[in-house]
Design a protein. Structure first.
Length: 561
């Protein structure tokens, strides 16, 4: 039975609960995740992974990983390895149940022979355009192929010839014989085998005919005795064919159930379009942090827990809808708040000189690593006479409710002292170049006996100890929430020219020199950041994951006005 939960059951859980109650003790929950290895997985796949593996875990069942590798032209072992890496990163394990549709090519071929022998499949010499024309439109019956009534013996001979490589690519196909008048176009004698003289990434040159996805998918489910074949809604019209093939072949009755695909604002989840972004150089690769791929989200700094939580919050529905990007960012912000170390980084530095602090003196001040984690410990920050603060944290003529630094104003430096500004310097253009302050020696954080008040608290970095790095700030890849919804426009017209900004003059506290591997940080008052895989101690690189607060709600409301 299902585990206890605070939410009501979604419709797939209701189906499973009913089956478990009515089909007896031998019934099991067995799902599969069946990606085609023709690209990197994206955020929509993350939802499908969480559903398939999660629901099997929930009911004590099993999940297979099966690569539906039936098109040798578009598939590659690079994609296979990336898919396995992404699933493991999300926290799921298929154990020893790794399968490939290509494992079943001989069995699928024999299934096709069985259909021919039952008079339910025939070899067609028509061209793709002729087949499409014969199928017609859903509102009118199609026309039967002139090759539809070939004898069983002739079809067997021709199909065996197709396998033997006797015919050119595209010259013949094998079609299921179903109903050319069906309102469902997938039932109008669909093509189930085609000739494709291309080497396969696993079977090499052994095969020159390959099953179509609709033929291989359901039969592979049946071979593996998958009880719940969970698909997104675009496969709903394929289900009658899925069921017809299983019934005609008299094999294990796997059941297909459709759920709404995941659509997130400002993202696209078409692998064909994502491939175009990569191949045309609009992004730096499949793992570009602006991409909605799992590899891109991982490099951006999204965590497995945040994606699993996002999938759970989105839920399982029967109708497609658009999920706001703000929900995804909320989930990653919620997770990083618990695990990210707090550090101080000044992105746009302005120099501060504390005139009454000794010139050659430095002291180490304690700073907690994460107030949300009592076991996170603390670190020491070097403090001295010359510091950097954010340029935006100083105004020469501040308004009344400005609580940062300005002439004749006090602020507290985080983990340090209260300082008072009494002067500043500018260049020839009037730009502030230096701020002159004094500090209150008795105002040290945690030991303050000065009685001095300060309304604002600023982050800072000691100038002699500052570390430089490349900081990459990312915005959405597209300017439109639904860039593929405009039928009269190419989605590339909505590419955001400001989707990446590089900050090269940032000043970081020296503890960040010890960053190894992928680590998450909260840059105080800035946002959440992650070290980039290409980052080294000699050349530090950090990517912004998400801001500290939700900025999308205001942006969306502004866009609606």
């Amino acid at each position: 039975m299902s585990t206890e939960t605070d939410r009501s059951l979604h419709f797939i859980e209701e189906i499973i609960e009913h089956d478990l109650a009515t089909k007896g003790e031998g019934w099991k929950v067995h799902t599969r995740f069946p990606p085609e290895p023709n690209g990197y997985l994206h955020i929509g796949h993350a939802k499908a992974i969480c559903l398939n593996f999660g629901i099997a875990n929930q009911y004590g069942g099993l999940t297979n990983l099966r690569f539906d590798d039936t098109n040798p032209v578009t598939e590659d072992t690079e994609y296979v390895e990336s898919i396995k890496r992404d699933i493991r990163w999300l926290g799921f394990d298929w154990e020893d149940r790794e399968y490939y549709a290509s494992d079943y090519f001989e069995t699928l071929y024999q299934y096709a022979i069985k259909l021919i022998k039952k008079g339910l499949a025939y070899v067609d010499d028509s061209t793709p355009d002729e087949i499409a024309e014969m199928k017609g439109v859903p509102t009118l019956p199609g026309k039967e192929s002139p090759y539809r009534d070939r004898s069983i013996e002739e079809n067997l001979e021709l199909f065996e010839g197709m396998r033997a490589g006797k015919f050119e690519d595209g010259s013949k196909v094998l079609r299921a014989k179903i109903d050319m008048s069906s309102p469902n176009m997938h039932m109008r004698d669909p093509v189930i085998y085609r000739i494709k003289s291309e080497p396969h990434h696993r079977t090499g040159d052994k095969w020159v005919i390959y099953p179509m996805y609709d033929f291989a998918h359901g039969q592979s489910d049946s071979i593996e005795e998958i009880t719940y074949s969970l698909c997104t809604l675009e496969f709903e019209n394929h289900r009658p064919l899925y069921d017809w093939l299983i019934e005609a072949l008299e094999i294990f009755p796997s059941r297909q159930i459709e759920f709404a695909r995941l659509n997130v604002s400002y993202m696209i989840t078409s692998k064909r379009k994502l491939l175009r972004l990569v191949e045309e150089g609009h992004v730096a690769g499949w793992d570009d942090p602006r991409m909605p791929t799992i590899a891109g989200l991982r490099r951006r700094g999204f965590t497995p827990a945040s994606l699993r939580n996002f999938s759970d919050k989105v839920g399982i529905a029967k109708r497609d809808n658009l999920i706001e990007l703000s929900l995804l960012e909320f989930c990653v912000r919620e997770d990083l708040n618990k695990i990210a170390s707090r550090v101080m980084v000044v992105l746009d530095p302005i120099k501060v000189v504390i005139e009454n602090y000794p010139e050659l003196k430095y002291e180490d001040l304690p700073a907690e690593n994460n107030p949300e984690d009592p076991d996170a410990g603390s670190r020491m920050l070097p403090f001295g006479r010359e510091l950097y603060i954010e340029r935006a944290d100083f105004m020469a003529d501040p308004p009344k409710k400005y609580f940062r630094l300005g002439p004749d104003r006090n602020v507290r430096l985080k983990h340090a002292y209260i300082i008072h500004c009494h002067d500043f310097m500018t260049d020839e253009e009037g730009k502030v170049t230096e701020v002159r302050c004094t500090y209150f020696p008795d105002s040290k954080s945690g030991e303050d006996t000065s009685g001095v008040k300060a309304k604002g608290t600023l982050h800072w970095v000691s100038i002699p100890h500052a570390v430089s790095a490349e900081i990459r700030h990312y915005d959405t890849l597209f300017t439109e929430p639904e860039p593929t919804s405009h039928e009269d426009k190419d989605f590339l017209e909505f590419l955001n020219p400001d989707s990446m900004e590089i900050v090269s003059n940032a000043a970081l506290e020296p503890s960040l020199l010890d960053t190894e591997g992928i680590q998450h940080f909260q840059f105080l008052r800035q946002g959440y950041y992650v070290s980039d895989p290409d980052s080294t101690p000699q050349s530090l690189i950090f990517n912004r994951v998400v801001g500290l607060r939700d900025s999308w709600s205001k942006k969306m409301q502004k866009g609606k006005k």
